[in-house]
Design a protein around this ligand. Structure first.
Ligand code: NAD
Ligand code: IPM
Ligand code: MN
Length: 375
């Protein structure tokens, strides 16, 4: 297998380019010190692509993403683009990447680093040692279901305002089975437990979801422990006793919401990485896009306040899932842990217990230094 890899970097908008600059330092370090050959290409996505080309993702960039071994994205969106037509909003660029690359399994791990346990909005004993993995379905459901749109509500004279907004929650059994398989596979490498979340009490698509996940379990993964939970209860249980979970598998919209909640268990949205994986390519590795869970954070853009760790840990996931470098992924995660243990803190991580306040760039430098010390 080749040990040269191609990586398409899409920094995007807001703090995206700021956190990505720190990832570049980490990539350079792995190139210089660990012989990891990554051919990096960089391009536009989101609002910046709209400014340059009138579209949040050009066909040329889409083609590059399809051809790369992996894509690493910063964040898209921002207030300057809020009033654009829906079809060209920055977020559509990201959704197109996910859909056309068919990245159906979005892995969102939430791990609580010990040094941050006191900083979580929950009590230390609730979050210490926390290690859960949310597997969010990413290419279907209400995000993509038809019919959709905003229409005149012609036949309804009683409707004040006269319009109707429509989105459709739609799942096929095949879409549910493939993401369930991804969750069971991952659980086998962890604590072997999967909890599936839906709203089977009010949604037919939720009934199908439950039945198909159960089917995959009974026929293919009977060794994995499976439970089902209504997603609203799941949200409550996530903040009540998160350690009861190992792998959570859920649909696109519930996964979006539950993973933001899980992010706060770890201390900050600025900590949470993600990997979006599709079917294996010819080389056996999955199609993949890596991105922090957070957005473009317009409230702190350009101030050197952004925490680059979520993006750096997203690169660690790329090392693990796309570049066959599990040990290097572990090394990078340990470097982040070390820096946090040393009390180094971007603004979002500054709590009552203090620490050394650092900028985005200083955090990147400290992580590179820690890599050097650990290697
Ligand atoms: P957001 O994640 O951008 O910000 C939420 C809060 O978390 C803000 O207070 C922000 O300052 C803080 N925050 C986020 N990331 C941080 C980091 N790395 N370090 C420190 N603090 C951080 O969510 P939002 O404000 O709801 O959305 C802003 C824009 O981002 C919108 O246009 C939205 O659509 C977009 N968005 C994009 C993505 C993505 O590109 N994957 C994800 C979510 C939101
Ligand atoms: C996320 C974001 C995206 C989503 C937006 C920006 C399209 O919130 O990645 O969690 O809703 O999936
Ligand atoms: Mn989200």
């Amino acid at each position: 297998m080749s040990d040269r890899f191609s990586l398409l970097i899409l920094p995007g908008d807001g703090i995206g380019p700021e956190v990505m600059a720190e990832v570049r330092k980490v990539i350079d370090w792995f190139g210089d010190r660990r012989g990891l050959h990554i051919d990096v290409d960089e391009d536009l996505v989101g609002g910046c692509a709209y400014d340059a080309h009138g579209t949040p993702l050009t066909d040329a960039t889409m083609a590059k993403a399809q051809a790369a071994d992996a894509v690493l994205l910063g964040a898209v969106g921002g207030p300057a683009y809020d009033n654009l037509d829906f079809s060209v909003k920055p977020e559509r660029g990201l959704l197109r990447l996910r859909k056309e690359m068919d990245l159906y399994a979005n892995l969102r791990p939430a791990q609580c680093f010990d040094a941050l346990a006191d900083f979580s909005s929950l009590k230390r004993e609730v979050v210490a040692g926390l290690d859960i993995l949310i597997v969010r379905e990413l290419t279907s459901g209400v995000y993509f279901g038809e019919p959709r749109g905003i229409h005149p509500d012609d036949n309804n004279p009683d409707n004040e305002g006269g319009r109707v907004g429509i989105n459709t929650q739609r799942y096929t059994s095949g879409e549910i089975r493939r993401v369930a398989r991804a969750a069971f596979e991952l659980a086998r490498k962890r604590k072997n437990r999967v909890c599936s979340m839906e709203k089977a009490n009010v949604m037919e698509s939720g009934i199908l979801w439950r039945e198909e996940v159960q089917w995959v379990h009974d026929n293919e993964y009977p060794d994995v422990e499976l439970s089902h939970m209504y997603a609203d209860n799941g949200a409550m249980q996530l903040v009540r006793r998160p350690s009861q979970f190992d792998v959570i598998v859920t649909d696109n919209l519930f996964g979006d919401i539950l993973s933001d909640a899980a992010a706060m268990l770890t201390g900050s949205l600025g900590m949470l990485p993600s990997a979006s994986l599709g079917a294996p390519m010819e080389n056996g590795r999955p199609k993949a896009l890596y991105e922090p869970v957070h957005g473009s954070a317009p409230d702190i853009t350009g101030q050197g306040k952004a925490n680059p760790i979520a993006c750096i840990l997203s690169f660690a996931m790329a090392l693990r899932y796309s570049f066959d470098r599990g040990e290097d992924a572990n090394l990078l995660e340990r470097a982040v842990e070390q820096v946090l243990a040393d009390g180094v803190r971007t603004a979002d991580l500054m709590g009552a217990e203090g620490g050394t306040p650092v900028s985005t760039a200083e955090m990147g430098d400290r992580i590179v230094q820690a890599l050097g010390a650990l290697a």
